[in-house]
Design a protein around this ligand. Structure first.
Ligand code: SAM
Length: 229
């Protein structure tokens, strides 16, 4: 009977009190990989991150960047190295821990937000809101309001950049695609940003070997710029 009271007093969950571990964020598909020493997504930044940094040029001082679904932090740390003040949002506890480690190891500070992107309200505004392969975890009915929020929380002149998975009838669903992942359709990203300047927009098909099984993904990438409030 005392457990709920104790948990409240110590500001932890009952799971944590009993096991020393929190169950929040532990059921994620990548948790087991993130607990390994090696970096599942590698340590090199993604091409999209490099394109965003290229567009920002030297103008990154005091610029805030939010990386949604940051994984193990390869892009978050790269952006920090580039001079951005980075918030890395990641739901997986081992993922968040790996980002902290990578940030410490590299000497580039990243602020880790271990939380769920669904329902997350960014604090303040950002110069860049970025995601790479994570917004398929937004259920369809949540998307419009999340994109509206990302757009609203971006400073005028700032960028949003995303890479999403799109459904193609001729590409089989990847073997590690999870029940809580939902495809985009070609053109969805362009529609969300129809009132911004679209700097880059691209569709491509890539080979992938995640889960140790060769397969393909169709991707859409966008970099869009907010022109007016
Ligand atoms: C395909 S991985 C990409 C990781 C990273 N962006 C990269 O490119 O290296 C997608 C990430 O989104 C995270 N994720 C999934 N659902 C999430 C949610 N609801 N809130 C925050 N992060 C989430 C996963 O844990 C995973 O780390």
């Amino acid at each position: 009977m005392l457990l709920p009271l104790l948990a409240k007093l110590l500001n932890v969950s009952i799971d944590y009190l009993l096991t020393g571990k929190s169950l929040i964020g532990q059921a994620g598909p990548y948790d087991a990989e993130y607990q390994k020493e090696e970096y599942y997504w590698g340590m090199q930044p993604s091409e999209l991150a490099e394109q965003v940094a290229g567009l920002a040029g030297n103008n990154t001082a005091n610029k805030r960047l939010l990386d949604i679904g940051s994984g193990e932090g390869r892009d978050a740390v790269y952006f920090a190295k580039y001079g951005f003040q980075v918030d890395a949002l990641e739901v997986s506890i081992p993922g968040a821990e790996k980002i902290r480690q990578y940030s410490q190891m590299s000497g580039y500070a990243v602020n880790v937000l271990q939380t769920d992107m669904i329902g997350y309200a960014p604090a303040g505004t950002y110069d860049v809101i970025y995601s790479h392969g994570s917004l398929q975890f937004l259920p369809l009915e949540q998307r419009q309001k999340h994109f509206d929020k990302y757009k609203q929380r971006t400073n005028v002149g700032g960028l949003n950049a995303h890479l999403v998975f799109v459904e193609k009838p001729f590409i089989p669903v990847a073997p590690d695609w999870e029940p809580n992942e939902f495809f985009y359709e070609s053109g969805d990203l362009a529609r969300y940003y129809h009132d911004w300047e679209i700097l880059r927009y691209e569709e491509s098909i890539i080979d992938c070997n995640s889960a140790g099984v060769p397969h393909r993904h169709a991707l859409n990438r966008i970099i869009a710029k907010k022109i007016k409030a």
